[in-house]
Design a protein around this ligand. Structure first.
Ligand code: SF4
Length: 129
């Protein structure tokens, strides 16, 4: 079975990932990356955790899951095969996640680009202060 790869911008968005050597940048500061893994396809090799240990982890079952770190602790997205729970990628981890997605031998890491509305930005700024 083949899966579409990997950055899937919302329709009409001017969002792209560009690569120059080892540098990958997400072009649009008003967008966030979210990521999920299809665990049915994961080989458990750990390439993703090597690239972005703040975003991916290997659990006891030997396959990879997404995580989110917050002041309240770590959330593990351990609902296998679920695309409905997307882990938010920290800005400083975006390039590493894109690299991990490109190198994932299972082709099972999926990135979504989510537009941030002005209301979201205000809420984020408020909650960060
Ligand atoms: S890189 Fe892909 S196949 Fe390898 S452990 Fe991570 S999600 Fe699984």
């Amino acid at each position: 079975m083949s899966h579409q790869r990997p950055v899937r911008p919302a329709p009409g968005r001017q969002v792209s990932a560009r690569s120059a050597g080892n540098e990958v940048a997400i072009v649009n500061q008003d967008a966030e990356l979210r990521v999920w893994i299809d665990q049915d396809l994961c080989t458990g090799d750990g390439i993703c955790t090597d690239h972005a240990p703040q975003v991916f982890t290997i659990l006891e079952d030997g396959i990879a899951y997404c995580i989110e770190e917050s002041p309240f602790g770590r959330k593990v997205f351990n609902d296998p095969g679920g695309s409905f729970e997307l882990a938010k990628v920290p800005r400083e981890q975006e390039a590493a996640v894109v690299h991990a997605t490109a190198e994932c031998p299972g082709e099972c890491i999926f990135i979504e680009v989510v537009e941030i509305s002005p209301t979201d930005l205000i809420e984020q700024a408020t909650s960060a202060s």
